[in-house]
Design a protein around this ligand. Sequence first.
Ligand code: FAD
Length: 471
Amino acid sequence: MGSGPNGLAAAVTLAQAGAQVLVLEAMDTLGGGVRTEELTLPGFAHDVCSGAHPMGILSPYLSTLPLAEHGLEWIRPPASVAHPLDDGPAVMLLRSVEETAGGLGDDGARYRRLVAPFVGKARSLLADALGPLGIPRHPLLMARFGLLGLRSAEGVARRFAGVRARALLAGCAAHSILPLSRMLSGAVGLMFLVTGHVEEWPVARGGSAAIARALAGYLASLGGRIETGRRVTSLTDLPPSRVVLFDTSPAQLADIGAPVLPARYLRRLRRYRYGPGVFKMDWALDGPIPWRDPRCLEASTVHLGGTFEEIAAAEAAVWRGEHPERPFVLVVQQSQHDPSRAPPGKHTGYAYCHVPAGSKVDLTETVERQIERFAPGFRDRILARRAMGPADLERHNPNNVGGAITGGVADLGQLFFRPVARWDPYATPNRRIFLCSASTPPGGGVHGMCGHHAARSALRRLKRHPIAPLA
Ligand SMILES: Cc1cc2nc3c(=O)[nH]c(=O)nc-3n(C[C@H](O)[C@H](O)[C@H](O)COP(=O)(O)OP(=O)(O)OC[C@H]3O[C@@H](n4cnc5c(N)ncnc54)[C@H](O)[C@@H]3O)c2cc1C
């Protein structure tokens, strides 16, 4: 149920094992969080949800699949991240640790010492961090990472003296959608920094939808089928099957699975925390974003918010239920690296900021002001705009509960134990039913690992206890 990257990765894993697979997708188009549409003007292809894909290109599972043969082409920008400041040149996250450190002034050597132990072994680190729960395959590396990363971003930032390194860390840590004083926000910051030294954060040629199309194409080559426009609201909507994998929120699993799941498990699913939402904007632009520092155009992703302290204050405010005047804004500039996204000479713009769950506040002016702060003249380039608040995002995809975009809060209590604390979090007390969405480990992002692990859990169970199709 559901054709997001995790639903499709689950379907492919099952089909690779020889199962007959049917994917039912509620919407008329595939992909969940990897969709591309003309949201503003004809000829402008906007990523409705995910835009930049460090976890996609580095995914231990997706990278084993022949997705290039099914049309997926990653476009690597010259830089992963640009982080402009009010004064001085933008901080750049580049593939080279040396060059990145070179832009951090006196903190360069400290930065090198922070990331270097992990960069050479990044794929092993990712295999463990995104792998199934259990004993890591590289325990010493994971222990070293864990000791650092379990700390808050504030704790990790203390090793830096200057504004530039602290700001770069803050932008990467804010992807956690946690207050930067909260444990694990440091791990997310460190992980994103390390990924930038292994692969430039890419965009998908033609749009993120190419990821879903490639997965669907490969699934079809294995004999799997997909039906769109098939919203499942009850178990009676499902055809006979041995197992059902839900690429949904725990809330939908509880609603649809209520007749066959025990009350205690349902109560635990309903206590799941989704966390803040986002306010997303897309623009058709008459030219590139006129950054004060033109080097920002080299990056796929631009982090706006200024200093560590300012970003930390903005994220903390969101957790208090407030709308910061100067939010942390994450910009992706797909057309800068993929000209197929917009007519010649024109560009697409993409940005979002975090907001309290379910916020109804229109932040168009706030987001554009924050971009204008680092790119004076941005507003003059706008040909058309489209804004989507939490309610729009949830209407588009019920998995975005309250506008939450990564399947729920990923703090210590819920990153490893999602949706509930169980040895096998993908399995439910009903032996036919599994959860495979980003609300299972390793959580949000386009990497397909939740789906892959859930499918392996289902395959293990089918092997141990052959289950007859449910008529
Ligand atoms: C605005 C936004 C920006 C993001 N940016 C990035 C980014 O830059 N990089 C990144 O890696 N990640 C990003 N993400 C997160 C990423 O998109 C998600 O973590 C990822 O898509 C989760 O995949 P999934 O398969 O678990 O679920 P989803 O992608 O949410 O897919 C779930 C699918 O299930 C379908 N479905 C739900 N209920 C039913 C039902 N009852 N019956 C049938 N079908 C159903 C939905 O229609 C949907 O197609 C972003 C997300 C959003 C919303």
